[in-house]
Design a protein around this ligand. Sequence first.
Ligand SMILES: *[C@@H]1O[C@H](CO)[C@@H](O)[C@H](O)[C@H]1NC(C)=O
Length: 340
Amino acid sequence: MDVSTAPRPSCPTKTLQKQRLEALSAFYHVIIVCLAPCSTYLLIYLLFTRLWSLTVLYLMWLYLDRDTPSRGGRRWEWLRTWRIWKQQRDYFPIKLVKTAELPPNQNYVLGAHPHGIMSTGLVCNFLTESNNFSRRFPGIQPWIAMLNFFFYLPVFRDYIMAGGLRPVSRASLDFILSQGQLGLAVVIVPGGAHEAMYTAPRQNCLKLLNRKGFVRLALRHGASLVPVYSFGENDVFKTKIFAKGSWLHLSQIICKKFTRFTFCIFWGRSLFMRKSWGLLPLARPITTVVGAPIPVPQLSTPTEEQVDHYHRLYLEALERLFEEHKESCGVPASSHLTFR
Ligand SMILES: *[C@@H]1O[C@H](CO)[C@@H](O)[C@H](O)[C@H]1NC(C)=O
């Protein structure tokens, strides 16, 4: 096993300036996510001012560019190397653990769990080079799949595309894997928004029993399945989970049904005062463990039995990965994964 060995300053040796930089960097991610809808409001607002032509120009651009997210994307490699990501990594801190090689002579579908509130570990380890992803998995190009909805938000869509995100639609993911290129890794969070509703400190509950689309994708392209688990992802925010049957839980389900997106009540600490609440995530370690690939055959139209078979193999491999690494990642021996 090859554990990331970055020299990580332990707390007492961190200067005040370093601590502030780290907190700001961790906060940046939250601001971006929370401000995502604001660009839409701004665009509509400008329409009623003298700057209306800016909105019109942008909408024209949006129209011309409408197929880019699902056809090739538009990644800026330099975004992966921003220094802010390293500060963010040190804040929690976030680690990447590799348990097996991913040879670049084939493609992969990585299932990443749990969703958490913002998938912080996933973003840090796969979308940035702060834990040396490209050096540790040479020849592997990761693409993270995200809810289609976000690719309709003006400006935000350009930002996430630049970061290497692609819509999670079948057309978009089939497009990535049918380019004849090898060494591609499509990263999917099968639990999606539904799993975000299970986020709570020290819980390891996954929405996975009836999530099989990622297995079908892997089978259609003969891409090996790889389980990925981010220990600690559920610990960085406190959350309020609504009781089944309560009207808030019901509104979450209805919201998800119509937009595939849902709201969660979460909070961390304040950026300015350590003791009060705010939206800065809590500094709890996150360790993303990448499992060994599970080879699958290429079947252009897999049957339900074949899908179920590989889905079962995947769940078993994920469970093994969790059990093997949990104690070194601070999870008590008595905790186990639950699948729903
Ligand atoms: C990344 O690689 C560089 C150069 O090999 C090394 O100095 C650095 O410590 C590595 N960082 C991590 C987090 O492994």
